[in-house]
Design a protein around this ligand. Sequence first.
Ligand code: BG6
Length: 503
Amino acid sequence: MNVEHQILIIFGASGDLTRRKLIPAIYDLFKRDLLPENYKVLGVSRTQISDSEFRNKVVHDNTYVGNGKASDGDKIEFAERLHYLTINTGELEGYETLKSKLRELNGDQKNNFVFYFSTPPILYGVISGNLAKVGLHSQTDGWKRLIIEKPFGYDLETALNLNSQLQQSFEENQIYRIDHYLGKETVQNLLVTRFANTIFEPLWNRNYIERIEITSAELVGVEKRGGYYDGSGAVRDMIQNHLLQLVAMVAMEPPTRINANSIRNEKLKLFHSLRKMTPEEIRTDVIRGQYMESTINGKTQLGYRDEEGVNVNSRTETFAAIKFYIDNWRWADVPFYIRTGKRMPTRVSEVVIYFKHNHHHLFKRKSLEEHQNILIFRIQPDEGILLKFGLKVPGAGFNVETVNMDFLYEELSDAYLPDAYERLILDCMQGDATLFARGDSTEASWAFIDPILKAWKNDDSIPIYGYPAGTWGPENLDSLIDGESGWRNPCKNLIKDGSYCEL
Ligand code: BG6
């Protein structure tokens, strides 16, 4: 693979994301020999540190690279590529210094630069404007790309503003809006499962599918991010971006080609087909919750309002579930259910496709729900696919039992599942924007979410329910789902699902 010469500039290099995700991802690319020969990383932030202090951290602080598994030799060799520049990214003054630092690092090679925005989002517009003011947007001497971290906007209006700020100085094809869920192997596989096989796609519509359920549950609470999270909440933090991207991968029409524009055109169409929720539907079809103190295995778990950085009277949701419809030919009247929450019983993300029942029941069955065909895409952990179908119980009569057919990624002996950031940074290095969100679709997904956030903000009578930390969310959650069966509450292990499972 040919990756052109380039430098990666990380704004917000002293932050948590750089330590936990970006440096480890670049290290993995280095280990897999995917970095170009003179590849360099320039960390930029206000924090006063030198090149060697930055390198020392990466080599000696195991939270940066390898979780203690990488050898010191490798880390030292890798760290030689790292540099640091202290400037105030919010002020124009430092950008001439940045420019000369890049000149010094780059010599007479092409000025191909990836600028990674990992600062507080309020600075995104300022940084792109400042880069342009000193000419660092110009592509005459080499290409320039921006990677923009989430959250992309706080609501529809701020997302529109941010897009127009960025687009004042950069072309849309230079802007890579990162959504790390798209970098997950299992999420990309949704497209392959659907469009590379003849057995699924003919059934993938309102004629055969009863409903679709998407869950992204987290075991952890807000941890040290209470300050950020309290101004955000589950809908902004997870649904507007990650979960709606999953919806698009599951529900979009086949793209004409596998390239950035074809795929992103189909996603945009899908987002435009999301049925706008009425105020009444927002009351009945959206459930929000907040975790409360509880005791798990004898250990007290803090309630959300007692977490550091969180307002003691906060009404920010740590859990949200939405029932909605997609108004198009394929999905008319098929309910989609999505939910996400912190402090749930286990960390698990999955997409569940419930197929309709036969029109005519030849065989006796205990209950309809028990014998439903279900296809489960396990995004994480225990990545894989599970199909549930009815089988004759051996012996007399025609009794039907549901059995599982499964595929687990871990069974692929030499499969390497790259971390999402590793995959996405490499894609951007190669100029492939397929797995990044395009400006128009971030606006379209905000347009769907905005009425919910506005209703919650303006109408205090819309309840927020408590749920004990470590449970599957508010008590009335199952009332969202039509019919008798409630949500599927998954186990940590994909195939060992059922009432008694490992959480
Ligand atoms: C991030 C959210 O985008 O995704 C976090 O800001 C969340 O709050 C995280 O914990 C979940 O990502 P993953 O890959 O662990 O499912």
